[in-house]
Design a protein around this ligand. Structure first.
Ligand code: 5GP
Ligand code: ZN
Length: 138
């Protein structure tokens, strides 16, 4: 598996830093974003390190999209959001801050007036732990 020892998401894959995990399979990992734009904001990553979409292998991208569908279905079931957006940033100019390919799943709340480049506001750890339990991915 391709790993970058300095990459925060590779460390999450390796289990050396913790996350609020939602789902894991051979190729992918899904967990809650630590700075949620809205409750239930989740990230889906390939376990193989690649910095962005263009550098990613097709089979990793296919696996990420399948996991994204699975996690989004669980979020819909658990949270009944108004809707949800998928977001995937490439490069600092697009506000990519972690250089390991990832898909955002952002549940929407009616009237949230969310902008797609949001400021990072730390989530409450107890609320994140509760949210990870509430979203049951099958
Ligand atoms: P980007 O800005 O690259 O599209 O998104 C990176 C996301 O990763 C941000 O929304 C940020 O909150 C999240 N993030 C950064 N470090 C960590 C971490 O250590 N754990 C978790 N769960 N999320 C992180
Ligand atoms: Zn990485």
């Amino acid at each position: 598996m391709a790993q970058d020892p300095n990459c925060i998401f590779c460390k999450i894959v390796a289990g050396t830093i913790p996350c609020f995990k939602l789902y894991e399979d051979a190729k992918t990992l899904a967990f809650l974003d630590i700075n949620p734009a809205n409750p239930g904001h989740a990230l889906v990553i390939p376990k193989n390190h690649a910095p962005n979409l263009v550098a990613s292998a097709d089979d990793d991208l296919a696996a990420v999209l399948a996991t994204t569908r699975r996690v989004a279905a669980a979020i819909e079931h658990a949270l009944k959001p108004y809707g949800f957006n998928l977001l995937q940033a490439n490069g600092p100019g697009a506000a990519q801050s972690v250089m390991h390919f990832h898909m955002h799943i952002i549940p929407r709340v009616q009237g949230d007036d969310l902008k797609m480049n949001w400021g990072l506001k730390p989530g409450d750890k107890a609320a994140l732990a509760e949210m990870a339990k509430r979203i049951k991915v099958v």
